[in-house]
Design a binder for this molecule. Structure first.
Ligand code: PEP
Length: 246
């Protein structure tokens, strides 16, 4: 039985005051039935770590460099995330792929850098609306994942995968539970064939998950929790989603 995982992706939101309120509400709402983490802007990592230390809530980054260190202005290394106590880092989010032109090879290199430092990469894959309408969903997500699997070789079973249809992120459009389950099933079969550990690996769904659709999505056999954007910013909504995974 895979334990559920719900991860909040704060994106470029938050302030010291708002974060303190949100994290304190999360701490008060524990325990949850599954694992819960928040991926916060890097500048807030240390205070998040200080607030959540000693609790069962985890934290993580939203991206990391593929490089260990060096003249890469503005970048943050996996080592730095590890030092900040991060359990997770999101890599390959569609916003990074779209606005920062990250390709599959770079995403794979970032996943490898994270794993090398003991930080679990949450590898995002997902199709655009045009790709779905062209019937290419399966091919797209399999290609995105296969590059990561190939790069990580025997460590590939250590990642978490997040299926995030691009057309569902921040749009209010959600994949139906059946649509999401169909893709998760394909991804799990791919992970199983490549690593032999697909049955124990976590595959999260992300894309306009809300308090009122979370339970049905998380009830699908291959959906192991969620990567939550907008709804992770309001304590009541995020707590309801975390409870839906319990
Ligand atoms: C995300 O940013 O990963 C995401 C799923 O966003 P939203 O929940 O707002 O669609």
């Amino acid at each position: 039985m895979r334990r559920k995982l719900v991860v909040g992706n704060w994106k470029m939101h938050g302030s010291r005051a708002a974060n303190a309120e949100l994290l304190s509400a999360l701490l008060k709402a524990r325990p949850f039935g599954g694992d819960v983490a928040v991926c916060v802007p890097a500048v807030f990592l240390n205070e998040t770590a200080a607030t959540l230390a000693g609790s069962d809530l985890r934290w993580g980054g939203q991206d990391c460099s593929a490089h260990e260190q060096g003249a890469y202005t503005g970048e943050i290394s996996a080592t730095m995330l590890a030092e900040a106590g991060c359990r997770y880092v999101i890599v390959g989010h569609s916003e990074r792929r779209a606005y920062h032109r990250e390709d599959d090879a770079l995403v794979a290199a970032k996943a490898q850098a994270a794993l090398a430092r003991g930080v679990t990469p949450i590898v995002c894959v997902g199709e655009t609306l045009a790709q779905r309408e062209a019937g290419d969903t399966e091919a797209v997500v399999k290609r995105q994942l296969s590059v990561v699997i190939h790069q990580l070789a025997h460590c590939a079973s250590e990642i978490v995968v997040a299926y995030e249809p691009v057309w569902a992120i921040g749009t209010g459009l959600t994949a139906t539970p059946e649509q999401a389950q169909a893709v998760h099933h394909v991804l799990r079969a791919q992970l199983q064939a490549a690593t032999g550990h697909g049955e124990r690996m976590k595959i999260l769904y992300g894309g306009s998950v809300k308090a009122d659709n979370a339970a049905t999505l998380f009830g699908q056999p291959d959906i192991d929790g969620g990567l939550i954007g907008g709804a992770a910013l309001k304590a009541a909504d995020f707590i309801a989603i975390c409870r839906a995974a319990g």
